[in-house]
Design a binder for this molecule. Sequence first.
Ligand code: TMP
Length: 202
Amino acid sequence: MPFVAVEGIDGSGKSSLARGVAASLESSGHKVLLVREPGSTPLGEGVREILLSPTTGELHVWAEACLFVAARAELVRREIQPALAEGRWVITDRYFYSTLAYQGGGGGADIETLRRLNLEAVGGLVPDRVFLLDLPVEIAKERRQRPADRIEARGADYTSRVRRAFLAEAERDPARFLVLDARSTMEECERLARQDLLNRQG
Ligand code: TMP
């Protein structure tokens, strides 16, 4: 069970959950690589800067999708696959479900085409487990602690479509996804995630 993705809309707490899960695995003696998307490679951090900066302005949805996918292809080959080959756990803060949900659900690009593109780009590497932090859009907006990035600034309708697309992915693949109610405390979400990983190892 070594490859875990944490997904959710902005403000759902997924970065905290990813850090919490990584820390708890480390404290029980596992070697862990924690990465974020886009990012965690020189290309990924560059793409992050372009894609999230409000000064970039609007991009065509396929331009946006291809940049996220390019960063992901690089991250998988450079960091994730080598870590898994060494027997480390990998926790990623977002994976290709984010492209399906944001550029597909939110932006209207065809989700099945995005899925094929992503699977090709990552060499078919699908996470063993996906924790989806689900939260109503209004609450997520209130919780956000920093100014909206270029994508978050698209507003509540866009984010509602993203949320629905994430939930549709969870319904499509219930054996891989665990949907966590992010209205509960982060401690509770972390506890459920830890318990889930323990059950699956056992
Ligand atoms: P973050 O704030 O969770 O680091 O995510 C960065 C932003 O990029 C967030 O608004 C979601 C967006 N995003 C996409 O639109 N598509 C993607 O494939 C990924 C990974 C992120």
